[in-house]
Design a binder for this molecule. Structure first.
Ligand SMILES: NC(=O)C1=CN([C@@H]2O[C@H](COP(=O)(O)OP(=O)(O)OC[C@H]3O[C@@H](n4cnc5c(N)ncnc54)[C@H](O)[C@@H]3O)[C@@H](O)[C@H]2O)C=CC1
Ligand SMILES: NCC(=O)COP(=O)(O)O
Length: 344
């Protein structure tokens, strides 16, 4: 096990794709730290020259290089503290460059090493561009899977089963399969995968969200949850047995429920989290309901990780148009989860 972070340990924020909106949202979030946002101190890992130039151009606040994470909280009042991870080539807003992939990945690796050493309270990641990183040779489809691999590296004795959850004040959702082509997601789906995912979700809602007996709603895979087998049999052969196993294990799970009627207000009142069988089944409802308030949280890791729910937004990057709300919510949630864990 790694040491518990000191109560004063800052959050560490990874740079994400420097061609995306991550940098400007970080600067805006830092600027909002005194505006009643109750933001915890955070230290960014990134290229200080890139951030300083971006900040000057958009009229945002100062940035300052720090030599260690521990210097960060002392600097945070005056400037955005930055642990330097140099870019290979200058970042061009809106134009991702695989040449910077190594630095983007290194920032994530360093953040996890800091949290594993007990020096950071949690990891908050800015968006990466999956296509650009794939071109750079990155072997993982997204953070979620990469963080699972890094957890296994730093905590070899602990099981790491990363589970993606997106949360906003009115809804929490989990895709059982994550970054897979739809055809592959359906082929991959089985009872054991659903049970393992839902068990982690139930434990995490109790540990991190103070929900003593979480109510899980599991969406069916097919239209109308298969309409008793008339529109596909996976709901009968895979999802219903998984729900039965979860219930036998003491988890308050229901389903398979038709996905099309799972997200209106009255339906949402009946559960604490909705599990969908594939990415878009549950990410579309939450991003439609609250794009700017949504936070991506990875459950099932031995450390806290959150992220804004949005991506690199190359179409608006570098113009000061991006809203920092989701990042601010991610920073707040990470700090809350970290202090709850250190108190328990
Ligand atoms: N955690 C992560 O690293 C994530 C990375 N991505 C990646 O980002 C890339 C682009 O993904 P897209 O599907 O285009 O989604 P996106 O979230 O980047 O953009 C979708 C739309 O929302 C707008 N938008 C996004 N963030 C905004 C903000 N903070 N304020 C105002 N408007 C905002 C964009 O301008 C665009 O019109 C992809 O490579 C994707 O894989 C997507 C989601 C999360
Ligand atoms: N659509 C959410 C998303 O792609 C985020 O993925 P990750 O990089 O946090 O694994």
């Amino acid at each position: 096990m790694s040491p518990s972070p000191a109560p004063s340990a800052p959050l560490v924020l990874t740079m994400g794709d420097p061609a995306g909106v991550g940098g400007e949202t970080a600067l805006m979030a830092w600027a909002a730290r005194t505006a009643g946002q109750g933001l915890p101190p955070f230290v960014m890992i990134g290229d200080v020259d890139w951030l300083a130039a971006l900040s000057r151009r958009l009229g945002l606040g100062p940035v300052r290089a720090v030599d260690s994470l521990e210097e960060g909280p002392g600097v945070f009042d005056q400037a955005l503290p930055v642990l330097v991870e140099p870019l290979a080539v200058p970042a061009q807003a809106g134009k991702g460059d695989p040449a910077n992939g190594r630095a983007v990945i290194a920032a994530i690796e360093r953040a996890v090493a800091l949290v594993a050493a007990g020096r950071a309270a949690g990891v908050v990641t800015l968006p990466i561009n999956k296509h650009v990183l794939k071109q750079a040779g990155f072997g993982h489809p997204g953070h979620t899977e990469f963080l699972g691999a890094l957890a296994a590296r730093h905590w070899p004795d602990l099981p790491a089963h990363p589970v993606m959850m997106l949360a906003c004040p009115d809804l929490k959702v989990v895709p059982v399969t994550v970054h897979l082509a739809l055809r592959e997601a359906i082929d991959t789906l089985d009872e054991a995968t659903i049970v393992a995912c839902a068990t982690i979700v139930a434990q995490a809602l109790t540990r991190d969200f103070a929900i003593a007996a979480p109510r899980l709603a599991l969406a069916g895979l097919n239209p109308h949850a298969g309409e008793s087998g008339a529109m596909g049999r996976e709901d009968i052969t895979i999802i219903a047995p998984a729900v039965a196993r979860l219930r036998a294990g003491g988890i308050d799970a229901r389903g398979p429920l038709p996905a099309d009627t799972l997200f209106h207000a009255e339906a949402r009142a009946g559960y604490d989290v909705a599990l969908g069988m594939y990415h878009d089944q549950v990410l579309i409802p939450i991003k439609t309901l609250d794009f700017h308030g949504g936070v991506n949280v990875t459950l099932g890791l031995p450390f806290v990780r959150t992220s804004p729910d949005h991506g690199t937004a190359f179409d608006i990057a570098g113009r000061g148009l991006a809203r920092p709300d989701s990042l601010i919510a991610a920073l707040r949630l990470a700090a809350g989860m970290a202090s709850r864990r250190s108190a328990s």
